[in-house]
Design a protein around this ligand. Sequence first.
Ligand SMILES: Nc1ncnc2c1ncn2[C@@H]1O[C@H](COP(=O)(O)OP(=O)(O)OP(=O)(O)O)[C@@H](O)[C@H]1O
Ligand SMILES: Nc1ncnc2c1ncn2[C@@H]1O[C@H](COP(=O)(O)OP(=O)(O)OP(=O)(O)O)[C@@H](O)[C@H]1O
Ligand SMILES: [Mg+2]
Ligand SMILES: [Mg+2]
Lengths: 256, 256
Amino acid sequence: MPCIYAVVNQKGGVGKTTTAINVAANLPDLGKSGLIVDMDPQGNTTSGFGIDKSRLAGSVYNVIIEAADVNAIIRPTGVPGLDILPSHRSLAGAEIELIGLPRRERRLVYALDMLRHDYDYVIIDCPPSLGLLTVNCLVAAEYMLIPIQCEYYALEGLGALTHTSQLIQRELNPRLKIGGIVLTLFDPRTTLAWQVAEQVRSQYPEETFRTIIPRNVRLSEAPSHGMPITQYDPASRGAVAYHELTKELISRGAAA
Amino acid sequence: MPCIYAVVNQKGGVGKTTTAINVAANLPDLGKSGLIVDMDPQGNTTSGFGIDKSRLAGSVYNVIIEAADVNAIIRPTGVPGLDILPSHRSLAGAEIELIGLPRRERRLVYALDMLRHDYDYVIIDCPPSLGLLTVNCLVAAEYMLIPIQCEYYALEGLGALTHTSQLIQRELNPRLKIGGIVLTLFDPRTTLAWQVAEQVRSQYPEETFRTIIPRNVRLSEAPSHGMPITQYDPASRGAVAYHELTKELISRGAAA
Ligand SMILES: Nc1ncnc2c1ncn2[C@@H]1O[C@H](COP(=O)(O)OP(=O)(O)OP(=O)(O)O)[C@@H](O)[C@H]1O
Ligand SMILES: Nc1ncnc2c1ncn2[C@@H]1O[C@H](COP(=O)(O)OP(=O)(O)OP(=O)(O)O)[C@@H](O)[C@H]1O
Ligand SMILES: [Mg+2]
Ligand SMILES: [Mg+2]
């Protein structure tokens, strides 16, 4: 049974995709196999690995809407030991289509139950909303990995997210818990960043990872080359931080 | 009949809220009256003006779901000449509730038709998705104001956005057009920013505003003080840029 993480925050642009890609890409280096699932209609995770969405035979859309075989749609990334269940633009219509389907919150968890390959980890990249696509992710996951940008609006959204996750824990998925909160896009030159980091750590001391992800332009360049940071610039500050974060995540899980 | 702009981009964190607030706040200084509408369940525009969402008597939720009187719910911001139709966390459930309502795409446009005050401009802040809330914004609007962050993923989303807006033009709102594309979060020290800016300008030469919004920490500090940049730090580079942008937007409209 893989360890399933949903990388989730309805606030936009906080580093969900960047965190999903670069944590997943570090897993094989640390001896763990992984599957990354792109549940965002934007498909940034899929293109971040250099995959052309318009030429895909199938995507997570077919899996959750048409109950297609997930094993037939999963494909390799450019990282040995890491596969992907890719997104497609058709996913944009899925939230409305899901409304009329039976067990609409459980379509993803049923699909992941059918996985033939025994991955150690599944990392799910969520869209910036709390609609049915994200609900499907939270029903399938055991842990939430919550990236928080060190900016004012970041704190605002945390209340709504914990409210939604408690609802899901109660009604749909009792095993869901916070796996960790990761401070991202940290710019040490601004007082705002230190203030927000301090506030998040004091509000969630246990959950907040020690590793902080700095703002590092190499992280935003990597997707334009279709590579995770581990391949694009493994010596960069961004790469070192994501390597440390992944080690911390694995050791936390092991300790649980 | 006010000039209605929807500030829209399904990519998260590109500066939609920051652009909506600071363009709207500049209107009275330029002799125009305005109403800002917060259609994002996160309610960042509402809190960006220092309004406590949990103490509101009513919000845009009541207007679009219960057909409450918009004139009774609109309230002043701290900027003379600018009012707000605020958001509320109940809006998070609106996308699912809208599905079962008659004329579900037109709830916002009907409400704005009932406005008693004759505003010059209405500025609508959209959530980071292309669901029914954003569709309501695009049906109500005459112009789309599209913020684009100068980063790789920003270009990815433009195709999906133009696809959706053409659908809306054809099926629901023939007067909808691109009012302008504004380059945001521009950091001149990175080559990526120049590359993306160059690519957007060459793909959309007519639509892209001359004014570029620089990355400026004062813009991200202002909301924590509940003020637009025009009040928080009117001499900052961010304030000057949004003043120039608003002038350009008004003169474009006048020329149309
Ligand atoms: N630590 C970092 N340093 C520099 N740039 C970063 C960092 N993390 C993310 N970025 C860049 O910031 C932008 C937003 O990040 P990303 O797309 O990962 O956020 P997201 O939460 O997935 O956004 P969305 O809400 O649209 O899904 C991207 O252009 C990305 O390349
Ligand atoms: N020009 C700028 N300079 C510095 N910071 C900025 C600038 N524009 C926006 N920001 C900050 O970047 C973050 C994202 O901006 P904002 O919230 O306006 O984007 P958004 O597109 O509305 O996000 P969402 O998709 O969640 O609605 C915020 O913390 C904001 O304060
Ligand atoms: Mg993303
Ligand atoms: Mg916003």
